[in-house]
Write a protein that binds this ligand. Structure first.
Ligand SMILES: CC(C)(COP(=O)(O)OP(=O)(O)OC[C@H]1O[C@@H](n2cnc3c(N)ncnc32)[C@H](O)[C@@H]1OP(=O)(O)O)[C@@H](O)C(=O)NCCC(=O)NCCS
Length: 160
């Protein structure tokens, strides 16, 4: 087995954004595309912190928007590397919307991103493994392998 070079906490990140008028649609809700952009950035930072390489987005699993996030709300994004494979790694991103006037927070969205690490010549490079420690990290690690299997089977069969 390959040596695990980092534990999960070493690359976890938290990013915070404030929803401003330019981020919203005509109803005053955060644009889905803007949220996906923030999620991609948060996930990329975690992937790069783990690998110390430039990482490109290879795939994003299904994304659903359960609750609208409103103008003026705070968006907290938490990104964590679930598992590193050969040249790719899976990063989970959780989005928590916070209304500072009411003090309420709720999970608005979450998604899994797959990144591939590249070297200076844009060639794919091997990434080091990650060592899950907590019960939660171990569960995510185990489930990431199952998701990867489904993901890659989907590519081979041309499914989504
Ligand atoms: C992502 C990219 C580097 C993959 O290169 P490739 O030559 O197709 O590589 P391979 O098919 O050999 O796969 C490389 C790794 O990526 C994984 N991968 C590739 N496509 C994937 C997909 N659709 N979903 C999940 N994993 C994928 C493979 O499983 C493999 O992982 P492993 O090394 O850990 O086993 C290449 O397709 C690319 O540069 N894409 C554009 C990236 C980009 O610009 N992103 C921003 C979007 S605008």
């Amino acid at each position: 087995m390959k040596k695990a070079c980092k534990n999960v906490k070493e690359s976890q990140i938290e990013m915070t954004e404030l929803v401003l008028p330019n981020d919203t649609n005509q109803l005053g809700n955060l644009l889905g595309g803007r949220l996906m952009h923030w999620m991609d950035i948060a996930a990329a930072i975690a992937a790069q912190r783990h690998t110390n390489r430039v990482c490109v987005t290879a795939a994003v699993d299904q994304m659903e928007f359960h609750h609208p996030i409103r103008l003026g709300e705070i968006v907290n994004l938490k990104a964590s590397v679930n598992r590193a494979f050969n040249t790719s790694l899976e990063v989970g991103v959780k989005v928590i919307a916070e209304n500072q006037l009411t003090g309420e927070s709720n999970v608005a969205n979450s998604a899994y991103f797959t990144f591939v690490a590249l070297d200076e010549l844009k060639n794919r490079v091997k990434v080091c493994t990650i060592k899950p420690q907590s019960k939660e990290e171990k569960r995510r690690y185990k489930e990431a392998a199952i998701r990867r299997k489904h993901r890659l089977a989907g590519i081979r069969t041309g499914g989504s």
